[in-house]
Ligand binder design. Structure first.
Ligand code: KIV
Ligand code: ZN
Length: 513
C-alpha cells in the first residue's frame, strides 16, 4: 500500500497574488467547486485579513465545499488568525495556515526581529490557531534561504505548540532539486518530534524548477505538495498541480506515494482558471497546453497509429481532453441548459437571472451551432459580472476596409447615462478600444492584449484578455464573443469596471510580520 500524497491547491490564494489575477467571490466559489470535483485534498481559499472582500470570499468557499478541507492564510498575528478562524467557521473541514519568515535576510530586513522573537511569534500564532481548529499548518517563509539549524529549532517548537503540517516554502524559487530534497530529508531526520507532523513543500518557479523541487521533496519524505492550476502564482508562478499529479501517476514506479485525484477533471479546471483569471495557457504547456497531446510530425503520427505507447506516455482522456464534447445546441431547452449550468457549479439566484442567461445562450447558439462546456463557462463569467458592472457596452459599430483607416463608434452606459464616441485606429480592435478609452478616460496603460479561441472552428468564441495598469494597480479584463472586436470591447470595459472597484487588499507577504 502506497502512502497518500496530499494535494494542497493554492490557486485561490498564491495564484491570485499574480498581478491582475484577482477573482471575485463567485469566481472563487466556481473554481473551488471544480477543485472539489478534481478531489484535491486542501483548497487554500485566500487571505481573509487582506480585505473585507477576501474575508467574504473565503467564507463563501468554506460554506460551499463539502469534501475538501478549506484553508485560510494568516500571518503570525492575532488579528489575522482570528479573521481566518471566523471566515472558516462554516467549513466542514477547516485548516488555518500561519507563517512567518525565517531567512536571515527576511528576519533582518523585513521583520526587523531576532530569531528568538520569530520563534516566539510562530509558537503564539500556532497556539492561537489551534483554538479554532485541530488542523494547523505552519510555514517558515523563505525556508529555501533559511539556515537548517534554525529551521530545526522553529519547527520543533511549532510542532510542540500544535502544528500538524509543516510546509517548507521555497518562496523565491532559489533551490535546486537535489539540495531541496536533501533539506527535507535532513529536517525529518533531525527534528526530534517530526513524526507528529506531515511535511509539505511549496515551491516557486523562478528558475523553472518548482515541479522538480517538489518531486525531489516527495522522494525525500514530503507527503503534501502545494501547487496551483496551470502553475499560476507570484512572479514565475508556483509548481503546476497538473504536472506534479501526472508525474506521480505516470512514474508510479519511482514515487512511493499516490494522490487521490480524479485526473479526468484536470483540463476542465485548467480552462476554468485560465478563463476566469485571463492568464492564457501556452500551447506547449505540459498536460494542459493545446499541443500537449498533438502528434503532428509524420513520423510521430505513424508511430502513434501503429501503437499509442510509441510516443504517448499518458492518455489524453486521462487528463480530460476527450471531454471537449458538444453538450448543448440551438434546440436545447431551458431545463437542459439549467441543469448543465448547475453541473458546472453555477446556481441561478433567480428566475430572472436564468431567463437572462437563457436568452444569451440562444443568441450564442444562433451564431454557433455547437455549444461546449467552455462556451458555457464564458457565459457564466458574463452573466455573473454583468449585474455588478457600472460601465456597460450598449452598441459597437466598426468600419474596416482595405485601403481605408479603420474606425469605430461605441455607445456605453455609465450608471444611468449613455455616451457615444468614435475613434480611428490601426485596426478595428484598436479603434474600438480607443473610442472606449476616450469615453471613460481611465488614463491607464494597456499592458497586455491577447485573444484565444475558446473552442475550435472559425465560429468559435474568441476570449480576449486586456491588462490595464493604473499607477501600479493592475487588472485583467475578459470578454468573449464570436466576434473578436466585440469580445475586445467587452474585455476592455470589464477591466475598466475592475479599476473602478474599491476593494483595497493587503498582500500577505509584504507587511511587517
Ligand atoms: O511562497 C511563500 O512563502 C508563501 C507562504 C505564505 C507560504 O506563499
Ligand atoms: Zn508562495
Amino acid at each position: 500500500m502506497k502512502d497518500k500524497l496530499i494535494i494542497f491547491d493554492t490557486t485561490l490564494r498564491d495564484g491570485e497574488q499574480s498581478p491582475g489575477a484577482s477573482m471575485t467571490r463567485d469566481e472563487k466559489v466556481r473554481i473551488a467547486k471544480a477543485l472539489e470535483r478534481l478531489q484535491v485534498d486542501v483548497i487554500e481559499a485566500g487571505f481573509p485579513a487582506a480585505s473585507e472582500g477576501d474575508f467574504e470570499a473565503v467564507q463563501a468557499v468554506a460554506n460551499s465545499i463539502e469534501k475538501s478541507t478549506v484553508c485560510g492564510l494568516a500571518r503570525a498575528l492575532d488579528n489575522d488568525i482570528d479573521r481566518a478562524g471566523e471566515a472558516l467557521k462554516g467549513a466542514q473541514h477547516r485548516r488555518i495556515h500561519t507563517f512567518i519568515a525565517t531567512s536571515p535576510i527576511h528576519m533582518q530586513q523585513k521583520l526587523k526581529m531576532s530569531p528568538e522573537q520569530v520563534i516566539e511569534y510562530a509558537v503564539k500564532a500556532v497556539k492561537r490557531a489551534r483554538q479554532y481548529t485541530d488542523d494547523v499548518e505552519f510555514s517558515p517563509e523563505d525556508a529555501g534561504r533559511s539556515e537548517e539549524d534554525f529551521l530545526c529549532r522553529i519547527l520543533e517548537a511549532v510542532i510542540d505548540a500544535g502544528a500538524t503540517t509543516l510546509n517548507i516554502p521555497d518562496t523565491v524559487g532559489y533551490s535546486v532539486p537535489h539540495e531541496f530534497g536533501a533539506t527535507i530529508a535532513h529536517l525529518i531526520e533531525r527534528i526530534p518530534n517530526s513524526d507528529k507532523a506531515i511535511f509539505s513543500v511549496h515551491c516557486h518557479n523562478d528558475l523553472g524548477l518548482a515541479v522538480a523541487n517538489s518531486l525531489s521533496a516527495v522522494i525525500n519524505g514530503a507527503r503534501q505538495v502545494e501547487c496551483t492550476i496551470n502553475g499560476l502564482g507570484e512572479r514565475a508562478g508556483n509548481a503546476a498541480l497538473e504536472e506534479v499529479v501526472m508525474a506521480i501517476k505516470t512514474r508510479h514506479d519511482v514515487f512511493p506515494c499516490q494522490t487521490g485525484l480524479d485526473t479526468r477533471e484536470i483540463v476542465t479546471c485548467s480552462k476554468l482558471v485560465s478563463s476566469i483569471t485571463g492568464f492564457p495557457v501556452q500551447p506547449n504547456k505540459a498536460i494542459v497546453g493545446a499541443n500537449a497531446f498533438a502528434h503532428e510530425s509524420g513520423i510521430h503520427q505513424d508511430g502513434v497509429l501503429k501503437s499509442r505507447e510509441t510516443y504517448e506516455i499518458m492518455k489524453a482522456e486521462d487528463v480530460g481532453w476527450a471531454a471537449n464534447r458538444m453538450v448543448l445546441g440551438k434546440h436545447s431547452g431551458r431545463n437542459a441548459f439549467k441543469s448543465r449550468m448547475n453541473e458546472l457549479g453555477f446556481q441561478f439566484s433567480s428566475e430572472a437571472e436564468l431567463n437572462d442567461a437563457f436568452v444569451r445562450f440562444k443568441q450564442l447558439a444562433d451564431k454557433k451551432h455547437e455549444i461546449f462546456d467552455e462556451d458555457l463557462q464564458a457565459l457564466i463569467s458574463e452573466v455573473s459580472t454583468n449585474d455588478d458592472e457600472n460601465v456597460k457596452l450598449v452598441a459597437l459599430k466598426v468600419c474596416s476596409e482595405t485601403g481605408e483607416i479603420p474606425c469605430a463608434t461605441v455607445t456605453i452606459r455609465i450608471g444611468q447615462d449613455e455616451k457615444t464616441g468614435s475613434a480611428t485606429g490601426g485596426g478595428a480592435v484598436d479603434a474600438s478600444l480607443k473610442a472606449i478609452e476616450a469615453l471613460v478616460n481611465t488614463g491607464a496603460t494597456l499592458e497586455l492584449y491577447s485573444v484565444n479561441n475558446i473552442t475550435t472552428g472559425t465560429d468559435a468564441q474568441g476570449e480576449v484578455t486586456v491588462r490595464l495598469d493604473k499607477a501600479g494597480r493592475i487588472v485583467n479584463g475578459l470578454g468573449a464573443d464570436t466576434d473578436i472586436v466585440i469580445a475586445s470591447a467587452k474585455a476592455y470595459i470589464n477591466a475598466v469596471n475592475k479599476l473602478q472597484s474599491q476593494d483595497v487588499r493587503q498582500h500577505p507577504q509584504s507587511g511587517d510580520v
